[in-house]
Design a protein around this ligand. Structure first.
Ligand code: NAD
Length: 308
């Protein structure tokens, strides 16, 4: 059986860490592209040589041109500028939109029907750029954010209660930004909603920390943003797709009326499988939760409209 080929456009912190995780899984061909001369080639060699120690025979290539991405099954796109302290994700809009359009054009010249996992920020607006530029069916253009935001919420809940993060399920919907919608009512510890385990003011503090989860790390690091948890979230999506797991994961998906929202990419639970987004899962939200999701979708729409 032909190995799956995964390409990563932008071999910076998120891209290189994603490639490292994929290389460690030992069963993929991985291609990395970046504009910095020699950098993706160097990283690819370094990863290949790591495989000689860890006994992984993933084939890794790096290049400054897109020919190495030929016939990709999945393309991950974190190419773009990261946030610096004081910047919001939305500050990156115009520059990262141009980079996204260039990356997707390069990818589509060499692959016929890849699945695109969009990562660069502002995430949901970048999904629109990727969808429009690629012309791919919309279930094949998917944004990574909800798994990361939910992982942050799960981490903070586990720390607060002093329990294993494995016992914690949590859900964050909406756009990947200040309007994201953590859902305490649907977040549980060993099946018990956190609304029954924690007072309202502590839950609100955890929700706020989740909303600021990326900013907290940018402020600490000062030269860029998070990449260990983001790359773990990307690999979770890749696994669901290549193994056709039909896993329910929160991802940025193009909505066509689900949750009463039309024509915009926003974070919702989806069934993720071999064809990309198999379907959007519609949860029974309270009026307040639904209103927060609509506000978040409206914020994404405003950003997207700035682009066109
Ligand atoms: P980084 O600066 O470490 O890496 C970005 C890489 O993109 C750099 O190596 C740069 O040379 C490359 N690049 C720039 N223009 C390019 C082009 N035209 N073609 C190919 N490569 C190009 O940044 P990072 O920390 O890896 O973050 C990358 C992006 O991902 C940022 O926009 C960041 O905000 C975003 N991000 C999103 C999430 C999420 O949850 N969706 C999480 C983390 C980071």
């Amino acid at each position: 059986m032909k190995r799956k080929k995964i390409s990563v456009i932008g071999a910076g912190n998120v891209g290189a860490t994603t490639a490292l995780r994929l290389a460690g899984m030992g069963s993929f061909d991985v291609a990395m592209v970046d504009v910095i001369e020699g950098m993706p080639q160097g990283r690819a060699l370094d990863l290949l040589q790591a495989g000689a120690v860890t006994l992984s025979d993933s084939f890794i290539q790096g290049s400054n041109t897109y020919d190495v991405t030929a016939d990709s099954d999945i393309v991950v796109i974190p190419a773009g500028l990261p946030r610096l302290p004081g910047m919001t994700r939305d500050d990156l809009l115009a520059k990262n939109a141009a980079i996204m359009a260039e990356a997707v054009t390069g990818v589509m010249e060499h692959s016929r029907d890849p699945i695109l996992i969009v990562v660069a920020n502002p995430l949901d607006a970048m999904c629109h750029v990727a969808a429009r530029t690629s012309g791919l069916p919309l279930p094949r253009v998917i944004g990574m954010a909800g798994i990361l935001d939910s992982a942050r919420f799960r981490t903070f809940i586990a720390l607060e209660l002093g329990v294993s993060v494995r016992n914690v399920d949590a859900l964050v919907l909406g756009g990947h930004g200040d309007t994201m919608v953590p859902l305490p009512r649907l977040s549980t510890v060993a099946g018990v909603p956190i609304t029954e385990l924690l007072p309202a003011d502590r839950i609100e503090a955890l929700v706020e920390r989740t909303r600021n989860g990326g900013t907290e790390i940018v402020s600490l690091m000062k030269t860029g943003g998070a990449y260990y948890a983001p790359s773990a979230a990307i690999v979770e999506m890749i696994r669901a797709i290549v193994q056709d797991e039909r896993n329910i994961l929160p991802c940025s998906a193009y909505l066509k009326g689900q949750y009463g929202i039309e024509d915009v990419y926003v974070g919702v639970p989806v069934v993720l499988g071999g064809a990309g987004i198999e379907r959007v899962v519609e949860l029974d939200l309270t009026p307040e939760e639904l209103e927060a999701l609509h506000r978040s979708a409206a914020a994404v729409r405003t950003l997207r409209d700035k682009l066109s």
